[in-house]
Design a protein around this ligand. Structure first.
Ligand SMILES: C[S@@+](CC[C@H](N)C(=O)[O-])C[C@H]1O[C@@H](n2cnc3c(N)ncnc32)[C@H](O)[C@@H]1O
Length: 265
């Protein structure tokens, strides 16, 4: 596994994962394409007139649900294969995709532990008032199969973090990734449309991994998982299809390492 650690592989995760040995990673965090089906021309404005940049990138486009399902089954099968029997898998999504993803996970024999609800404290409003504001994402937490009993769960630690009360699957209340944390390009525009908050991934890693464990992310995006893993002393590696995001995340990790090294001088 040594050759993978600390690397973001540029490529398609369905292909690249074939090179990863069976039962070799302790934790998978997967934030796959949502298949939002938004068209590029669609313009959304906030009440103050500023424009919302929707997720209409090529990586989120599929021809049909059949194509999306086939893609989902392929990467999930590989994640299941490389996950240790003591490891766990976290898959995040929204109402657009999470039910399809969840069904496929169960069909593959992946065994659910929880469906955690990330409640967004500052969700985007529903601009045309035709439905409720969507203010959460679902994170399915699961093990390789029904027989995986001795998986890592830092129960007591999470309880402590929750003020001595057993943590609930609805106690995950965080804001969106904003402010200094949000990566921007040279024009001040979001560098990635779906950068996840560090806090969310931190909670995932603290709950279900230990120092030195191997954390894997097949959809690395801006490198959020890598930064959190570094900060918590976990080993990590991941895959990203778009070169620009590989570069962004490598830069982000380098910057983070430079900052912590400076602090420890
Ligand atoms: C929802 S975003 C992940 C965002 C990430 N969690 C973050 O915090 O930045 C999904 C990412 O998966 C990448 N992607 C899409 N299809 C892929 C594939 N087949 N293999 C690898 N990466 C892929 C996209 O380019 C995109 O950056």
């Amino acid at each position: 596994m040594k050759k993978f650690i600390g690397k973001i592989i540029h490529g398609d995760c369905m292909e690249e994962m074939k090179n990863i040995p069976n039962n070799s990673v302790d934790l998978v965090f997967a934030d796959p394409p949502y298949y939002l089906q938004l068209s590029k021309g669609k313009r959304l404005k906030r009440a103050d007139g500023s424009e919302v940049i929707p997720v209409c990138d090529e990586w989120d486009k599929f021809e049909s649900y059949e194509e999306y399902d086939a893609f989902t089954e392929k990467w999930l099968k590989e994640c299941q294969r490389i996950l240790k029997p003591t490891g766990t898998m976290w898959v995040i999504g929204m109402y657009h995709n999470i039910f399809r993803v969840g069904t496929i996970m169960q069909n593959l024999g992946i065994w659910f532990l929880n469906d955690v609800i990330w409640i967004k404290t500052d969700p985007l409003p529903n601009f045309n008032g035709r439905r409720f504001t969507n203010a959460h994402e679902t994170v399915i937490w699961a093990v390789k199969n029904k027989n995986s009993k001795n998986y890592t769960f830092n129960y007591e630690f999470m309880k402590k973090m929750n003020g001595g009360r057993q943590m609930k699957d609805t106690d995950w209340v965080f804001g969106l990734c904003k402010g200094k944390e949000r990566l921007k390009d040279e024009n001040g525009i979001k560098a990635h449309p779906t950068q996840k908050p560090l806090k969310l991934v931190q909670q995932v890693l603290l709950a279900s991994s230990n120092k030195g464990d191997i954390v894997f992310d097949p959809f690395m995006g801006t490198g959020t998982t890598a930064v959190v893993a570094e900060a918590l002393g976990r080993k990590w590696f991941g895959i990203e299809r778009e070169k620009k995001y590989v570069e962004i995340s490598q830069k982000r990790i380098k910057k983070y390492l430079k900052e912590i090294n400076k602090k420890s001088d």
